[in-house]
Design a protein around this ligand. Structure first.
Ligand SMILES: Cc1cc2nc3c(=O)[nH]c(=O)nc-3n(C[C@H](O)[C@H](O)[C@H](O)COP(=O)(O)OP(=O)(O)OC[C@H]3O[C@@H](n4cnc5c(N)ncnc54)[C@H](O)[C@@H]3O)c2cc1C
Length: 406
């Protein structure tokens, strides 16, 4: 596996992200609406934006992407693309209000991993799926594309997950883990909930069936797995969705207090805090790659995240105080913050996932997590399904413009 291919797919810098956004904006309306569902294969994904790896790490923010698109197109012309961007926001908000679903996935994964280690048939089937040796051509090609490039088209993710669960009869959590270990955009909310949706856990009793004719059409006839796919896709059994909690409001911070700042890969655009008067005595960067999975994530994923972090530090050089890199333990973070003489730790709010898990373990000093206004406004609307959330998009876009004008 070559590290270069994923870094070629997603050059790890904000400059590259902005260039990709600029190149995509003219295609965000009619072209995207008519062509977005086609998976044309590795190196040919120019019918979609391929911005997810940057959005996921907030090298670009949703607001920046929406602003750029709306500067060139009307809301109705770019409606499909705008909705897709809001799917990310919706999934984050949904999980934020139901954090036990993340813990449930982790437990499910630990259980499935235990089974892989003790059942040789399952282990072989899991290895064949991860290495693209199942004999189902499309599936095998997607497994290889994912490992080699760190990316899969949305439709391929849906087909892949469906075949993994219903044709290969593999535990869904192992599939979600395979994605998280290899995707450059691997995201606790979009990935966990995407897999749960295919499995019939997210929208109870509604599963996603991969059909040979649909794959043939939307891969431009590159694949046609006739008679190879399960025709029966009964929902996977699992716990009911937990009751909904309040959406977080985020913390405020006192910029006059001595502050240690934590920079993490859920938000690599810290300018919004620096512009609010945050002047850190010192900054530590977090490295939670090891917490993504029970197994070792792909080298590409680690390399991509480190390079984005280095790019972020370079962009904010001179504004972060003395920088310590790569902290991954709560005790070390608390010790470091005390040593630099901080009265408080400030960090951009980390949504449910490995960074938030680590931050919850930090004790001894207050850890303040300001939440971006975009998230604070949107997340509370993720109360039910996306279709209800979607109705709020015009109002959210209006508020976004208001925020900009303020
Ligand atoms: C099983 C499964 C697992 C997934 N895992 C992830 C993941 O780990 N990380 C991740 O970022 N996305 C995930 N997705 C969502 C989606 O597939 C990717 O965001 C999208 O394919 C990224 O490619 P793009 O940037 O070219 O998308 P585009 O089609 O150009 O869409 C524009 C943006 O909208 C957002 N978006 C589009 N579709 C979705 C969606 N279904 N859910 C949430 N946001 C969306 C992304 O931010 C994307 O960059 C998953 C979907 C499925 C079905």
């Amino acid at each position: 596996m070559s590290t270069d291919r994923a870094l070629d797919t997603f050059p790890p810098s904000r400059e590259a992200a902005l260039a990709r956004l600029e190149a995509f904006v003219p295609k965000a309306a009619r072209d995207y609406t008519t062509r977005r569902n086609y998976d044309l294969g590795p190196g040919a994904h120019d019918n979609v934006s391929m911005l997810s790896a940057y959005l996921r790490h907030r090298v670009l923010t949703e607001q920046e992407v929406l602003d750029a698109v709306l500067a060139e197109h009307s809301r109705s012309a770019a409606e499909k693309f705008i909705q897709e961007v809001f799917w990310r926001t919706y999934f984050k908000g949904w999980l934020e209000m139901r954090p036990p679903v993340w813990g449930g996935y982790r437990s499910e994964l630990a259980f499935a991993w235990d089974q892989v280690q003790t059942q040789s048939g399952l282990r072989r089937a899991w290895e064949d799926a991860c290495t693209g040796q199942t004999g189902i051509d499309c599936f095998d090609a997607w497994a290889r594309e994912l490992v080699e490039t760190g990316y899969l088209h949305n439709h391929a993710r849906m087909w892949f997950a469906s075949i993994w669960i219903f044709t290969l009869n593999l535990p869904w959590a192992l599939g979600a883990d395979f994605f998280l270990r290899h995707l450059c955009d691997g995201d606790p909310a979009s990935n966990t909930l995407g897999w749960r949706w295919v499995a019939g856990l997210q929208t109870p009793s509604k599963t996603y069936q991969a059909r040979a004719s649909n794959i043939r059409k939307y891969t431009d006839e590159r694949f046609h797995p006739k008679w190879q796919l399960a025709s029966d896709c009964p929902p996977v059994r699992g716990a009911e969705n937990p009751p909904r909690m309040e959406a977080p409001a985020g913390d405020s911070f006192d910029p006059s207090k001595k502050t240690a700042f934590l920079l993490h890969d859920d938000d690599l655009s810290p300018g919004w805090l620096l512009d609010r008067g945050l002047t850190p005595l010192a900054t530590a960067t977090l490295d939670v790659t090891g917490r993504l999975s029970i197994l070792q994530p792909a080298d590409d994923v680690g390399a991509f995240k480190s390079a984005l972090m280095a790019d972020c530090l370079a962009r904010h050089d001179g504004r972060l105080g003395q920088v310590t890199e790569g902290m991954s333990e709560a005790q070390a973070i608390a010790d470091w913050a005390r040593e630099v003489g901080a009265e408080q730790i400030v960090t951009s709010y980390a949504p449910v996932g490995p960074v938030a898990d680590l931050l919850h373990e930090v004790a001894g000093l207050p850890v303040l997590r300001p939440l971006r206004p975009y998230d604070r406004r949107a997340w509370p609307h993720a109360t039910a399904g996306f279709f209800k959330f979607k109705d709020k998009i015009p109002a959210l876009l209006g508020e976004m413009r208001g925020l900009r004008a303020a």
